[in-house]
Ligand binder design. Sequence first.
Ligand SMILES: [Zn+2]
Length: 240
Amino acid sequence: MIAEIERLFIPNSALNYNHLVVCTDSRKTAVIDPFDADFVFNHAQHKNLSIDQIWITHEHPDHTRGFERLKQLTKATVYAPISCKGKLNADVWLEDQQKLKLGECEIEHLLTPGHTPGHGIFWQPEHWAVCGDTLFNAGVGNTKSGDVSELYQTILRLKRLFTDSVVIYTGHDYLITNLKFSLSLNPGLELAEQLLTQAEKQSPQTRTITNWAIEQQINLFLQANNEAEFTKLREQRDHW
Ligand SMILES: [Zn+2]
């Protein structure tokens, strides 16, 4: 069964998004990277969702800030990538390609090092992927506490796995800045221009969520032909 994803914008200076993964039959819900435990708990109660699981994508504080309090409030089980062991407290450590069961839904976890050594993402093939800070709409995560070469390998792997229909959910609202970056290097990119015009009329809550078909056109990092090109793009984006 395909889970329903709800994206919640968390007002803070880092523009975080949290995601609720919902098994619509059982109402069982996983919260990814809870930032403000009370905010997400009240939201779930209001929508009659039962928070059973907490999934962490990586060890950065803006992704782990709320999970211990949310666990206290809900008694949910905390899952995190095995590569985060020693950096946070989880109940279940996830291997690469490990399957998680949420009610009637089966979700896959992938280890995606690069933004940090410990990063993982969650997805249902052909449908959706919650990518944390590995991949953004029209961009990729920075590698200030990670490794650009590892991130390049991770992105190559995602290019092999993802199909056009996969909806790309990300850890932050960076679409406008990323589109402007794409357009600064490739001013003729019509789809990026259209999406930017649209995005500037939206709020973070209503911001366009892209899919893999769109990403392949607007995300310059997916078009890099080799690691050197990818690394150069990352450096340009860091200083942009
Ligand atoms: Zn991060």
